[in-house]
Design a binder for this molecule. Structure first.
Ligand code: OAD
Length: 254
C-alpha cells in the first residue's frame, strides 16, 4: 500500500481520528452483512417483518427467535484483524473516536473502549415496557437455529416483554452516542469509513459531515459506493488486510 507523503503527514498530524464502521468490518469474522448480494441478511429476510417495532408487536416470537439466532452467531464469532487494527490505532493517535453501526461486540472484544453503537447492541436486550436491561442467558448459543420461533422472556421488574437491544427502522438513534458521533465527524482531522454501504441514514451522513469539515477521509471497502468520488482516498479490499496495512504504514509503532 502506498500513500502520498502529503496524505501521510496530514493523517499523522491529526490530533483526533474518527473511525466509522459497518457490517463489512465483521464480515471476515463470519457475521453476515445486510446487503451482500448472496449472503446479505436483507437479501434473505424481510426487514419489515423483523426489524420494526410493528413487527415485534405483531409477532414477538418470530422477531425474538431471529435475533437470538443472530446473537448466537455473534457469541460464536471472534474479532478479526480489522477490529484489532482499530484497537491498536487508538493507542497510536492522541484521540480516537470509534463509531459503529454494528450491533455485535467484536470491537470491544478486540480491545476498543467507549465504542459509540449507533444501532444498539444485540447482546444487551431490554424491557420494551420499562427499559430495564435484561441479562440474557447463554442457551441461545447452544441451539443457534435459524428461523426458530422463541417467546421473548419477561422483565423481572415489571413483567413487560424483553426486546432485542437494537435500533429498528423507524426508531431514533441513541441521542448521546449520535451527538458524540457528529461532534467527532465535525472535529476530527482524519476519518476512516470502513465496510459500510453508507446508505442508511442518519448514520451515513457522518462521512459527509467529515468531508464538509475538511477532514482527510479514507473509505475502506471491497466494493464501490456512492462515496467513492467524494472521499480523499479509497482503499479497495477487505478490511482485515487493508486496515492493518494502513495503520502500519501511516502510524507505525514509535
Ligand atoms: P451493508 O450490508 O449495507 O454494507 C456492508 C458494506 O461492507 C458493503 O459496502 C460491502 O461492500 C462492504 N464489505 C463487505 N465485506 C467487506 C470486507 N471484508 N471488508 C470491507 N468491506 C466489506 O451494511 P451496513 O452499511 O453496516 O441497521 O448497513 C447499515 C445498517 O443497515 C446496519 O447497521 C443495519 C442495516 O439495516 C440496523 O440494524 C439498524
Amino acid at each position: 500500500m502506498r500513500f502520498s507523503t502529503d496524505l501521510i503527514s496530514r493523517l499523522r498530524s491529526a490530533t483526533h481520528v474518527a473511525v466509522f464502521t459497518g457490517a463489512g468490518v465483521s464480515a471476515e469474522s463470519g457475521i453476515p452483512t445486510f446487503r451482500d448480494r448472496q449472503s446479505g441478511l436483507w437479501q434473505n429476510f424481510d426487514a419489515q417483518s423483523l426489524a420494526t417495532p410493528e413487527a415485534f408487536e405483531r409477532d414477538p416470537a418470530f422477531v425474538w427467535g431471529w435475533y437470538e439466532w443472530r446473537r448466537a452467531r455473534v457469541l460464536a464469532s471472534q474479532p478479526n484483524a480489522a477490529h484489532r487494527a482499530i484497537a491498536l490505532l487508538a493507542e497510536r493517535v492522541p484521540r480516537l473516536t470509534l463509531i459503529t453501526q454494528n450491533v455485535d461486540d467484536l470491537h470491544e472484544r478486540a480491545g476498543s473502549r467507549e465504542v459509540l453503537h449507533l444501532h444498539g447492541r444485540i447482546c444487551s436486550p431490554y424491557c420494551s415496557a420499562c427499559g430495564l436491561e435484561y441479562l440474557a442467558p447463554q442457551p441461545a448459543l447452544l441451539e443457534p437455529e435459524r428461523g426458530r420461533r422463541l417467546e421473548p422472556p419477561r422483565c423481572g421488574q415489571c413483567g413487560g416483554r424483553v426486546r432485542p437491544g437494537v435500533v429498528w427502522f423507524g426508531e431514533s438513534l441513541p441521542s448521546l452516542a449520535w451527538e458524540q458521533a457528529v461532534q467527532a465527524a465535525r472535529g476530527c482531522g482524519g476519518f476512516l469509513c470502513v465496510g459500510t454501504s453508507s446508505i442508511v441514514e442518519p448514520a451515513a451522513s457522518l462521512t459527509r459531515v467529515a468531508i464538509a469539515a475538511g477532514s482527510v477521509t479514507i473509505q475502506v471497502n471491497i466494493d464501490s459506493t456512492w462515496l467513492d468520488d467524494l472521499v480523499t482516498l479509497n482503499l479497495r479490499g477487505p478490511a482485515a488486510s487493508m486496515l492493518p496495512e494502513l495503520v502500519a504504514e501511516v502510524w507505525p509503532q514509535a
